[in-house]
Structures are given as structure tokens and as C-alpha cells.
Design a protein around this ligand. Sequence first.
Ligand SMILES: Nc1nc2c(ncn2[C@@H]2O[C@H](COP(=O)(O)OP(=O)(O)O)[C@@H](O)[C@H]2O)c(=O)[nH]1
Ligand SMILES: [Mg+2]
Length: 325
Amino acid sequence: MPKIKHIAEGVRNGNIRSLAKAITLIESRNPDHSRAATTLLDELLPDSGQAIRVGISGVPGVGKSTLIEALGMMLIEQGHRIAILAVDPSSQLSGGSILGDKTRMELLSREKNAFIRPSPSGDTLGGVARKTRETMLLCEAAGYDVIIVETVGVGQSEITVASMVDFFLLLQLSNAGDELQGIKKGVMEIADAILINKAEGENRPRAELARQQYQNALHLLKPKSNNWQVPTMLCSALHNEGINEIWQTVTLYAETLRTSGEFDEKRRLQAHDWMWTLVTDDLKDLFMRDTNVAALLPQLQAGVGQGTTTPSAAARRLLEAFKRH
Ligand SMILES: Nc1nc2c(ncn2[C@@H]2O[C@H](COP(=O)(O)OP(=O)(O)O)[C@@H](O)[C@H]2O)c(=O)[nH]1
Ligand SMILES: [Mg+2]
């Protein structure tokens, strides 16, 4: 496949058109393209893995895009090359995107050292995540040393993004009511830092109060690592305040966990989990397309619904039918 070699070479050289072509292959539903994408990824895997991967999440309007613009511009000034990817599970539900990009990253999008890619579409969050993960590897091979994956607090998307990054940053607002925002259980557990945005002017004291509440709430959680205390911080993305501190936190985290060995261990676990996710997804696919299974399924499903067949008996019969193929 000389064409794949050629694209791979272009990606390695940081050629944007080659990178875009490569991502198109990865996002494509055409089976030939899928095979080509797998070959391409194999080819480029040795060149990937060098970047620091940061996930950023928070409700629409919290200031993710504004923050990424501010952070990204600062990093570019420091000589970094930054790729911004998105996981937007709403794009397949509503046809519209929650990440929305009402605020475009106007400055960043003009920078040659920034690469911005909107969320791939897909039937499932798993499908979207798979493409984003693979795109992340391509971006790394193309020499981007900071990868930012943006997502919204919808369904499982935060958990999914946390499982593909080194550092997961949760963006919050300070609420008018002095209550912690109905923060979904499980989301605080996956955060490596909590950042209260729009902490400027007269909103600052309220933001500080919210920060303390999050800090207290964090104390009740079992820490993910003995070497990392999840910090709570303030920033104003719009006024470019507190941005440097965010990056210092990310680099301190990476240094600390690299020293303890947890950084590499986390990536190893993520890679294993990813492999098993792919295997289970593909197996389920095969199962659903199996003709033996298809023949039995309606009757068994009805039986389970009516309470005349137990779920375990139905599952066993389906699996036995599947294995006969
Ligand atoms: N006052 C203030 N407004 C902000 C700040 N950050 C973002 N915004 C505004 O909040 C709105 C939503 O920001 P955006 O970045 O699009 O949020 P996203 O939906 O999370 O990406 C925009 O009008 C921003 O200008 C901030 O630090 N302070
Ligand atoms: Mg946005």
C-alpha cells in the first residue's frame, strides 16, 4: 500500500493535508478505508505517545472554548504545538452539537501550530470515542505535543474522555445559590483538577466560596492516587487570569506521576481497556448480525418480556446458537 506509506510519511512530517487525509480514513465508514486506517495506525504507532493528553469538560456555557483559546495561545507562545479534538455525543442524537462552538477559537484557528478538529459523528459514544482516540495518535505522530480533548457533561462522555487522557480537568461555575451544582456522581471522582471559571470582579468571592465547597467535597472522596491531591482553582478564561497556573498544575501532575510510575501505568491500563472495548464492541456486532441469533431473538425477547422465559435461559440459548456458527 504505497499510498498509506505516503500519507504516513506526510503525517510524520507534520503535513496538515496528510493529517486531514489520515483522519478522514479513520472517520470513514467504508470497510476499505477502515482497513487502510488500521494499517496507517500500525505504521504511525511508534511515533505516537509523546504528547501530554488533557481532557476538558463542563456544561455548555461554562467557558471551555474560551479557556482552550487562552491556554492554547499561551502554550503556542511557549513553543508548543497543540491539537484540539472534541467528543460530542449530541451530534448523533440531535444532528446538532452541544459543544456548539458558538465561541469559535478565533485566535487559535489562525495559528499554524494549532490544529482544531470538531467531533467525529457516530452512532454511539463508543464509535465517536474510537475515532477520537485514533485521531489523537495521528496528531501525536504529526508532532503535536499537547492534545486537548473537549467534551460536555452529557451521559457517559466525561467518563469516556477521562479514559483516553492523562489529565482530566473539570470546569465549573460558582452558582448563585450557595450549593454545589448538581454535580453528577462519578464526575468528581475522575477529575484531576477542578477549576471554577468566570472568577473575576464581583463574582470572585462567590467563586472562592464554591472552590472551598468543592475542596471539602473532595476530602470525602477516596483519592485516586496517594501522590496527587486534586486541586481546586479559580480562573477567568475571558480575562486571561489563572491560565498559567492551570498549565503548571498539569505539568506538576505529569512530573509527579511519571516519577511514581503511575503515568505509564495509567496509559497501559487505558490501552488494555480500549482493546477490550473494541473486542466487546466487535463481538456484539458479530452477535447481532448472526443469522442463528437473529432467528431466535424475537421469540426469546418476547418470552423474557412476558416473564415466560428467564433472562439467563434466553441468554444461554442465544449464545449457544451463536457458537454453532
Ligand atoms: N465573565 C466571563 N465570561 C466568560 C468567561 N469565560 C467564558 N465566558 C463567556 O461565557 C460564554 C460561554 O463561553 P464558551 O467558551 O463558549 O463556553 P463553552 O460552551 O463551555 O465552550 C461566552 O459568552 C464567553 O465569552 C470568563 O472567564 N468570564
Ligand atoms: Mg464551546
